[in-house]
Design a protein around this ligand. Structure first.
Ligand SMILES: Nc1ncnc2c1ncn2[C@@H]1O[C@H](COP(=O)(O)OP(=O)(O)OP(=O)(O)O)[C@@H](O)[C@H]1O
Ligand SMILES: [Mg+2]
Length: 235
């Protein structure tokens, strides 16, 4: 369960506060698949970063499975994330000195999970169509390939909650479709809560629930077209 209460984020610009998110209140039940849409600059990436505890709010709270993220120290938060949260960044964040496979194995190594890790990493890279590229470094991969490595990495530790920021933004239709199918499968079969930012209206509609942001506020919050299973439907 994700709970955000009175979440606000401001930056200072030219000595003045620039509000980016204004009092966001949000509850996402376990196993939900939620899309977040909205124009460029509306605060989607900022919101995702706060919900995942990657960034600190100006005010307000985020609780993941009852844990108040900002009551933890930064180290405590990192540890909590490594056990519970996967994140696919809009800009991939692959480590340039590691191969595709090594990048995928990072979350498992952080948790001290070595048994079967290599096989799992290889299988995940196979699933995203990179079986032949496992030993390539990020600089030797195309943008879409790097994005797929980032997805495989996010799946590696079987997160309870997966945040994905435009995971199909750089992909052709077919590859993007395969990625979406993987995300949906993770949500349905591994019961992973999925919060996805996308500019693709067709993808957004595949969620249980579609939230649109505008000017740092929630403008609309309505059901998507995914078959309602009871979980994840806006009440
Ligand atoms: N570190 C920062 N300092 C100052 N302003 C920032 C910072 N990060 C983001 N912003 C501002 O916050 C606003 C929201 O940014 P955010 O990245 O959340 O938008 P977004 O909805 O994800 O947009 P896009 O669809 O283009 O990715 C933008 O106007 C941006 O300029
Ligand atoms: Mg963004």
């Amino acid at each position: 369960m994700i709970v955000a209460e009175g979440l606000e984020k401001s930056y200072t610009s030219g000595g003045r506060p620039l509000p980016v998110l204004r009092r966001i209140d949000l509850e996402v039940p376990p196993e939900a698949f939620v899309s977040i849409v909205g124009p460029s600059g509306s605060g989607k990436t900022t919101l995702l970063g706060l919900l995942a505890g990657l960034d600190e709010p100006t005010s307000g709270r985020v609780k993941l499975d009852g844990q108040d993220l900002f009551a933890l120290t930064e180290d405590g938060r990192a540890e909590f994330r490594s056990r519970n949260v996967g994140f696919v960044f809009q800009t991939f964040h692959l480590l340039p000195t590691l191969t595709a496979l090594e990048n995928v194995l990072v979350p498992l190594e952080l948790r001290g999970e070595y048994a079967g890790a290599r096989e799992r990493g290889e299988a995940l890279l196979g699933r995203v169509g990179l079986g032949e590229r496992m030993d390539h470094y990020p600089a030797q991969l195309s943008g879409g390939e790097q994005q797929r490595v980032a997805l495989a990495r996010a799946f590696a530790n079987r997160p309870k909650i997966l945040f994905a920021d435009e995971p199909t933004g750089n992909l052709d239709r077919e590859t993007g479709g395969a990625i979406v199918a993987m995300l949906e499968e993770l949500n349905r079969d591994a019961h992973t809560t999925l919060v996805l930012v996308t500019h693709d209206p067709a993808l957004a509609e595949r969620a249980h629930r579609v939230i649109s942001l505008s000017g740092g506020r929630i403008a609309t919050d309505r059901p998507g077209t995914a078959v309602a299973t009871g979980a994840g439907v806006a009440s």
